[in-house]
Design a protein around this ligand. Structure first.
Ligand code: PNS
Length: 171
C-alpha cells in the first residue's frame, strides 16, 4: 500500500550560474530536495553574456559546503546546452525558482525550448517572498560598494566574497 503515491524516483536538475549562491537559491534547493528524490544542482561553466566573478571551483566549493546538510542533493557542473545535460543525466525534470512576474516571461520561453529539445519539463517553485528581490548580481553590486549583504547569502559565501574583496584591494 502506497497511499496512491508513485514510488518512482525522480531526478531533478536545478541549473544556474550561482555567481554566487544566495539564500534565495538555497531556499529553492531545500524545498526542491523535499519534492524530488534526487536533486542535482548544476552550475553552468560559462554563463552567457557575462564573466563570472567567481571561478567554477569557487562556485562549486561554496555550493558543496552549503548543501552538505541535505543528503539527496549533489553538486555538478555542465558546459553547453542544458537540454543535452539533462538528457545525459537521465533527469526527469528541471527546477527553476521564480521571484517576480517579470521572471516568468523569459523562463516560459526557456522552459518551452528546453522541453522541445529534451522532452524534459521545467517545474517552477515560487521564491520565498523575503527573497523576491535577492539576486546574485545585486548582492555583488551592493557588497563591492560596501553594503551589508549578510542577510542575503550563506556565511560561507560571505567569507569567500570578503576574501575576494581583500585580494582585489591588494592587487
Ligand atoms: O542563474 P542563471 O544565470 O539565471 O542561470 C541560467 C541558466 C544556466 C539556467 C541558463 O543560462 C542555461 O540553461 N544555460 C545553458 C545554455 C542553454 O541551454 N541555453 C539555451 C536555453 S533554452
Amino acid at each position: 500500500m502506497n497511499n496512491g503515491r508513485s514510488a518512482r524516483p525522480t531526478r531533478a536538475i536545478y541549473p544556474g550560474s550561482f555567481d554566487p549562491l544566495t539564500n534565495g537559491h538555497l531556499d529553492v534547493i531545500e524545498r526542491a530536495a523535499i519534492a524530488f528524490s534526487e536533486l542535482v544542482v548544476a552550475i553552468v561553466v560559462n554563463p552567457q553574456k557575462r564573466n563570472p566573478m567567481f571561478t567554477l571551483e569557487e562556485r562549486e566549493q561554496m555550493l558543496k559546503e552549503c548543501v552538505a546538510h541535505i543528503p539527496n542533493v549533489r553538486v555538478d557542473h555542465f558546459r553547453g546546452l542544458l537540454a543535452d545535460y539533462v538528457q545525459a543525466q537521465d533527469a526527469d525534470v528541471i527546477v527553476k525558482g521564480l521571484r517576480v512576474v517579470s521572471d516568468f516571461e523569459s523562463e516560459m520561453s526557456t522552459a518551452l525550448m528546453n522541453r522541445s529539445l529534451s522532452n524534459v519539463d521545467t517545474l517552477f517553485l515560487m521564491s520565498d517572498a523575503k527573497f523576491s528581490f535577492v539576486s546574485s548580481s545585486l548582492v555583488k553590486e551592493v557588497f563591492f560598494l560596501g553594503g551589508d549583504v549578510s542577510p542575503f547569502v550563506p556565511h560561507v559565501v560571505l567569507d569567500v566574497m570578503s576574501s575576494k574583496r581583500a585580494a582585489l584591494k591588494r592587487s
